[in-house]
Design a protein around this ligand. Structure first.
Ligand SMILES: Nc1ncnc2c1ncn2[C@@H]1O[C@H](COP(=O)(O)OP(=O)(O)OP(=O)(O)O)[C@@H](O)[C@H]1O
Ligand SMILES: [Mg+2]
Length: 612
């Protein structure tokens, strides 16, 4: 965790830069909100001064210390004595200021809320669009639950920080500066007592800040793990039920839930200590001002109005100073969330080389000396070379984990082949120099584990074709033997397939994926063990239909079933990362090697099955 923490921890400048970028579109609302909150603070400052002047100079007889504009205004209504007779005018003034303050507060809140929601939306959009363009290998390395948590909880933390804390900075600053200024202007001794608490509370906050960051990070990390467990259990519910793993999974969840709760409790203890100490210090400050102020008042060195104004300012000062502490605490939380989001946004997106090409894909495919490892030192295959002439059907046979899927993933550039690890070319052009979008548009693939979106069957099949006619859809369905399935559904193509296609059988899902690939009409087609879940009869039917459909396309067939590969022009047999045999079906049978052995075994099994 420490290594990841260090990797993810950014500098304050980097965080500020990222935050500034994220504020695009919402800045103006926050600016209006800040300006309005400035005015709210100005009203806060004004009220104690009006009360002081009323008590000391209107009700009392102390000479009024006020700007010339105010004294001339008072003279117009007949001077201080007349004002004393019309004390309701002061009350009306206080109400008017209160009303103005309410208006400014309204502007502060509405603009803040609006800015916050815009910020939230733009952060989600930016993250989603960035994640969409991150390499497949990145997705394989990162857990879905954790990514989702970064895009939800962390985004919320940042939004709350900006809309609730950051915009308050200005109000807090103006309140602290103005309250202290007014206090110092009235009485130096009492102002010093009031000001004493400011550095203590801020220092106290800074101390807690350093401790809280780690706790916030621990909470976030643990929430990510908990989300991943929940998400895995929801997506893997069939496995959990089928293997009776409910109790194990429940205990696993509860264990993690406890770790997460404990992390929060630890953080809450820290926060409680932080808030309580802040309360104590603020209470002490107001108490001291009250005691000393009363003493000064009794001795006649402070007027009653000034005492009242001092107490008001002390209360006013208490809020921003406490808020400053809270802001520092929130800053630590937001810092963690910004770093967690930066981890996603800083991850390098898939990018084409400058001047990437869009060559003709109806060409020979060649793997030359290709070596690949997912993890260092664990080579899946080494120095594999073969050629697939254009327009031919190429079969790959091999045991589980022999690297068949990896070969085609490399061809689609789902994983990048390091330059020193050989070359994959199409028509002599290195696939690393081909535009990724062009490459994938021209390679139709039926993945080993087909994924269907929770949309209608028709939408799923049409996903790869920007435009298609009903006839094309029907043709693809007939070729993939999906037509009878569609007819069997009361809503036909409009049948919803449920999340990840759960309402379809494994074979139906595979056939839908084949139809989807056919709709793409690509010059290169890959079927990665795509007929494993259909019975041998349907397999044969699909194969025969596909043969007619392939036309001049180059086809790569991966299968464990030799009958599926028999029609291929050339077949390679992979074993522990090496090509051990190659040739067409009859040549491989003649060789009497692994291929022949597997063939005999499968034939015997088929015979046994038909005899049952
Ligand atoms: N994302 C990954 N990260 C790390 N290792 C992986 C990853 N995907 C596959 N592997 C490993 O690479 C090896 C080859 O996997 P691959 O999926 O290519 O095998 P395969 O021949 O397609 O097997 P199968 O017939 O079971 O589909 C296996 O040992 C597998 O454990
Ligand atoms: Mg595979």
């Amino acid at each position: 965790m420490d290594e990841r923490e260090n990797k993810e921890r950014g500098s304050t400048l980097k965080r500020a830069r990222l935050l500034w970028g994220l504020l695009f579109g919402s800045k103006r609302f926050f600016v209006v909100s800040i300006a309005a909150s400035f005015l709210v603070a100005a009203c806060d400052m004004l009220l104690p001064q009006i009360i002081r002047a009323t008590i000391d100079s209107i009700i009392g007889d102390k000479e009024l210390e006020a700007p010339a504009i105010l004294t001339s205004l008072i003279d117009r209504v007949g001077g201080l004595d007349a004002l004393a007779q019309k004390i309701w005018l002061i009350a009306a003034l206080i109400i008017a200021i209160g009303a103005l303050q309410a208006l400014f507060r309204y502007l502060t809140i509405t603009n803040n809320t609006r800015g916050g929601e815009i910020l939230l939306k733009s952060m989600r959009d930016r993250l989603f669009s960035h994640i969409q363009r991150l390499p497949y290998s990145w997705h394989m390395k990162n857990q879905t639950g954790d990514i989702i948590q970064r895009c939800t909880s962390d985004v919320d933390v940042i939004k709350n920080f900006v809309s609730e804390q950051l915009t308050s900075v200005f109000r807090i600053t103006i309140l602290i500066v103005f309250s202290l200024f007014c206090m110092f202007a009235m009485d130096l001794r009492l102002a010093l007592i009031a000001a004493l608490s400011v550095p203590v509370i801020v220092g106290c906050s800074a101390y807690f800040y350093s401790n809280m960051r780690k706790s916030f990070l621990a909470c976030d990390e643990n929430e990510g793990v908990l989300s991943t467990i929940a998400q895995e259990n929801l997506t893997g519910v069939r496995v959990v039920r089928a293997f009776g793993r409910e109790i194990f999974e429940k205990e696993r969840f509860e264990r993690q839930n406890k770790i997460y709760t404990d992390a929060w409790l630890k953080l809450c203890r820290l926060l409680t200590a932080f808030w309580s100490s802040g309360d104590l210090l603020s209470g002490l400050q107001v108490g001291l001002v009250f005691i000393f102020g009363t003493v000064f008042c009794v001795r006649g060195t402070l007027t009653e109005g000034e005492l009242l104004a001092f107490i008001s300012y002390s209360y006013i000062l208490m809020w921003p100073v406490r808020r400053l502490g809270r802001m520092i605490a929130e800053m630590s939380k937001a810092g963690v969330s910004i770093d967690r989001i930066a981890y996603i946004l800083d991850s390098e997106q898939e990018a084409d080389k400058p001047g990437a090409l869009c060559p003709d894909m109806r060409a020979d495919i060649e793997f030359s000396q290709v070596t690949f490892a997912y993890e260092e030192g664990k080579e899946v295959f080494s120095e594999v070379s073969f050629k697939i002439p254009k327009g031919t059907v190429f079969g790959i046979l091999g045991g589980t984990g022999s690297g068949k899927s990896t070969l085609v993933h490399l061809l689609c550039r789902l994983y990048d082949l390091p330059p020193e690890n050989g070359k994959i070319t199409i028509g002599g052009v290195d696939i690393a120099d081909i535009k990724a979008s062009w490459l994938r548009k021209n390679i139709g693939i039926v993945l080993q584990e087909p994924f269907l979106f929770s949309r209608t069957l028709g939408e799923n099949v049409k996903i790869a074709a920007s435009y298609c006619t009903d006839q094309q859809l029907e043709e693809a369905a007939v070729t993939a033997c999906l037509d009878s399935t569609v007819r069997g559904f009361s809503q036909g193509w409009d049948t919803l397939v449920g999340e990840r296609g759960v309402t379809l059988s494994g074979g139906q899902k595979q056939r839908a994926a084949i139809a989807r690939m056919l709709m793409q009409n690509s010059p290169i087609m890959i079927l990665d063990d795509s007929l494993s879940a259909v019975d041998t009869e349907t397999d044969e039917k699909i194969r025969n239909a596909l043969k007619k459909h392939f036309g001049d396309a180059t086809v790569i067939l991966i299968s464990h079933r030799i009958t599926t590969l028999m029609m291929a022009d050339n077949i390679i047999v992979l074993d522990r990362g090496r090509i051990v045999e190659s040739g067409n079906h009859s040549r491989l049978i003649e060789k009497n090697g692994i291929y022949k052995k597997i063939y005999d075994l499968q034939m015997k099994m088929e015979e046994a099955e038909t005899n049952v």
